[in-house]
Design a protein around this ligand. Structure first.
Ligand SMILES: [Zn+2]
Length: 472
């Protein structure tokens, strides 16, 4: 039975079933005596016996509990403070442990692979249950793997909390494994670690003077090299700072040979015009950013550190760095032009505009017949930027001044009106525009309505149509 159920230092007396899921193994120690854990003197004088019930590795799909009879011995050493001590079974059990060594190692290995919660869930199905906290405690109790002494180490800082607390990480660059984490990044801490590793021949680091001092103190014979990652990172930072600083000058360079010279018919070069409210909001945002830029420049010139400026002004360090090194306010890069569902119809719209039709609603109906799925507002917005004369129902206050200025303030609400009244039909070769752009087609009130005393936006479409019916 002892061969089937090996228990080092013990003899198995019997194995019994306890319900469908448990086995009980009764066992006792076989060694004639034991040594006192304090003075080390051997003793065979049994004082008493008691039972321990540790859990062991499962067997035949059942959890296994050992019913272990343990002796207590006298210590006869007069100089020893201890009078009695319990029998030790070092290969099987730690003192006071409630699980055997082999079970603890198995549960710990599962924890290494799966972590606390995941390990606990799996162990439940393997008939050796343990809580997540216990699994983590067993992982911490596992012996660390043996490591070859490192010869080429990399030193860098690592963030316990980014921007606040940093430590030092040491990496074996030959085996690409983390060697240690130090609680801070001071030269003394690094030097203390390196003094315990006298075989280190090469230390790669960033350009921190603190690390340079630490390596010189702890490993004076080691060669210090700047690692490639930091060289590239530093080069990129310098280049970015230079480009950010020279941004204003670079913007005035002539276009390169690949830049497009002109624009095709029916293509856009910029986004659709924004409303006045949107434009005002944009100017406000820009003014706020310029104020931030000037404040960052002032603080930086006064000698404040970038990190401190960022904290004081609640800005990201990257933004602070960009502002601090820019000679002039860095204008944000223009976003790429986004496509619009009106784009495929721009050539058609321009052609119709050249024919003289500046009636937004009529143009929209044509496009809709051709498959355009957008709203009339989109056509009106485009038309507001391109019309040659103000719409007939444009209020007089917008008619004064140069034509460009009159079209500028076209907001969404006014755009709807601008295209609605219908421009006086121009003579065109085909005569099509004459029909399509008539006030009747628009379904809105024309100039005659205003003569009759109608004011405000013409909303009664049906009535307006009735009035124009005999004149159309
Ligand atoms: Zn003793």
């Amino acid at each position: 039975m002892n061969k089937l159920c090996p228990m080092p230092g013990c003899s198995v007396e019997r194995i019994t079933r306890d319900g469908p899921d448990f086995l009980h193994v009764a066992a006792h120690g076989t060694r004639p005596g034991s040594r006192c854990p304090d003075c080390g003197r051997a003793s065979r004088a049994v004082h008493s016996r008691y039972r321990r019930r540790p859990v062991d590795l499962p067997s035949l799909g059942r959890a296994l509990r050992i019913d272990l009879r343990v002796r207590r011995f006298y210590c006869h050493n007069a100089a020893c403070a201890r009078h009695t001590f319990a029998e030790r079974l070092p290969e099987l059990l730690r003192p006071h442990a409630r699980r055997t060594r082999r079970l603890a190692e198995a549960q710990g290995r599962v924890g290494v692979a799966l972590g606390g919660e995941g390990g606990a869930r799996l162990l439940q199905h393997l008939s050796m249950p343990a809580s997540a906290d216990t699994v983590l405690r067993l992982v911490r109790g596992l012996p660390l793997p043996e490591q070859e002494p490192p010869h080429v180490v990399g030193v860098d800082d690592w963030a316990l909390r980014k921007g606040r607390t940093y430590g030092t990480i040491l990496v074996d660059l030959e085996r690409r494994r983390v060697l240690d984490l130090l609680p801070d990044r001071t030269a003394e801490t690094l030097a203390d670690w390196l003094r315990c590793q006298p075989q280190v021949a090469v230390a790669a680091r960033d350009r921190s003077t603190e690390y340079a001092r630490g390596i010189a103190l702890g490993a004076p014979g080691a060669r210090q090299v700047a690692d490639r990652w930091h060289l590239l990172a530093n080069m990129r930072q310098v280049l970015e700072r230079w480009l950010a600083g020279a941004h204003a000058r670079l913007r005035h360079l002539p276009p390169g040979p690949g830049a497009s010279a002109g624009t095709r018919l029916g293509s856009r070069t910029g986004p659709f015009r924004r409303t006045r409210a949107e434009g005002a909001a944009r100017l406000g945002r820009r003014a706020r950013r310029v104020a931030l830029y000037e404040e960052v420049r002032r603080r930086h010139a006064a000698g404040e550190r970038l990190l401190a400026i960022g904290r004081a002004m609640n800005l990201a360090v990257g933004t602070v760095r960009k502002y601090a090194y820019a000679e002039s306010f860095p204008v944000p890069e223009a976003r790429p032009l986004r496509s619009s569902i009106l784009d495929p119809y721009l050539a058609r719209l321009e052609a119709r505009l050249a024919e003289g039709c500046e009636n937004g609603l009529a143009l929209w109906r044509e496009l809709r017949a051709a498959g355009f799925t957008g709203t009339a507002k989109q056509v009106h917005r485009w038309l507001a930027e391109h019309r040659t004369a103000p719409a007939q129902n444009t209020p007089h206050k917008w008619r004064d001044g140069p034509p460009a200025a009159k079209q500028m303030p076209a907001g969404p609400g006014r755009l709807a009106l601008a295209g609605a009244a219908g421009v006086a039909p121009r003579p065109t070769p085909g005569g099509v525009a004459d029909i399509r752009c008539s006030p009747r087609d628009t379904g809105r009130a024309g100039p005659r309505d205003r003569e009759r005393g109608r004011t405000g936006p013409p909303v009664h479409h049906a009535r307006a149509r009735e009035r124009h019916e005999p004149e159309g």
